[in-house]
Design a protein around this ligand. Structure first.
Ligand code: FES
Length: 313
């Protein structure tokens, strides 16, 4: 018994060493390597650029696909609908119910994959290159899964149920791999969650001295340090607007962004991917960000010291 486990461990070590993964766990190690797979950049970069050109920054359809109106990325909940239907198809296949019910569930999963893919590629087009490499393989695997499920539905419609079931189980394997890569993107590479959320945990409630009013340039945003975080600070005369400097999309430096008016309201546009935030309260005006930028209330003391405190929801 002990001999067998030694042999298994030795084979694992040999496999890891041959893949250059050291002591990393196997699936994550392989996915980590995808992040650095420069060979696919020749395809990834032009495809991402073409999508950005088709869906220009600030267009209503792009904002909708990112999930700006819902305040969360749209892709994960849409993908969950398809994955749920595909899993239900496998269960229904195993318990041998009316084939029409299974076909209906399968067709729902296939139909749901189309908006999920549209939202996914929109988000993907404005990620970091390492994230785009993993996302590209995630998309290819999911396209393969969709092809298998579409073939399965066609076979079932023509009465070839056994072949349709076999194809659906192959599709489930591909969809599972696609889901794993999606999880790697979301949880290990932080594509999707807010990158500014930690502000509320790093800045205690109450007023904090920031700087002197007249040390701030007029009309030009600057970055100022408050404890553990950087703040975006903009002075107009005696008025000061303050937001967290790390963009909630992917942590771009907002103080290097462009100022512009949107519906007569002053906004800042992130220099990395064009997320637009209202200066008054950090609300998202345009994506890809879906989470608001934490904002601060400002008090200028009589001696010119600018004080800030986190704005309460
Ligand atoms: S980091 Fe992507 S829009 Fe700001």
């Amino acid at each position: 018994m002990e001999e067998t486990s030694k042999a298994i461990n030795s084979r694992r070590r040999t496999l890891r060493d041959s893949l250059g993964l050291g002591r990393m766990s196997l699936p994550v190690g392989l996915t980590d390597r995808l992040e650095h797979m420069k060979a696919i950049d020749k395809v990834v970069l032009p495809v991402a650029k073409a999508i950005r050109r088709k869906l220009p920054s600030g267009s209503p359809i792009r904002d909708m696909l990112h999930g700006v109106p819902t305040g969360h990325p749209l892709h994960p909940p849409l993908a969950t609908i398809s994955l749920g239907c595909f899993t239900a198809t496998a269960v229904l296949d195993l318990i041998d119910v009316d084939p029409r019910a299974t076909r209906a569930v399968l067709a729902t999963g296939i139909a749901g994959a189309i908006p999920a893919a549209a939202a996914g590629i929109t988000d993907w087009s404005v990620l970091h290159l390492e994230q785009q490499r993993v996302g590209f393989v995630h998309a290819l695997v999911n396209i393969a899964a969709l092809g298998l499920y579409s073939g399965s539905l066609a076979l079932r419609m023509s009465g070839r149920h056994q072949a349709g079931r076999a194809l659906a189980f192959a599709g489930l394997s591909a969809a599972g791999l696609g889901g794993y890569l999606g999880g790697h993107l979301a949880y290990r590479m932080a594509a999707g969650p807010s990158h500014a959320e930690q502000t509320t945990h790093l800045v205690p409630l109450g007023w904090h001295d920031l700087c002197r009013l007249w040390d701030l340039p007029d009309g030009r945003p600057v970055s100022r340090r408050l404890g553990y975080i950087n703040l975006f600070v903009l002075r107009h005369g005696a008025q000061v607007k303050v937001l967290t400097d790390r963009c909630s999309h992917l942590a771009g430096p907002l103080h290097q962004g462009r100022l512009q008016l949107e519906n007569d309201e002053a906004c800042v546009v992130c220099p990395w991917h064009g997320s637009t935030f209202r200066l008054e309260d950090g609300a998202v005006v345009h994506g890809p960000a879906t989470a608001p930028q934490p904002s601060f209330e400002v008090n200028v003391r009589g001696d010119g010291i600018v004080q800030v405190r986190p704005r309460q929801a």
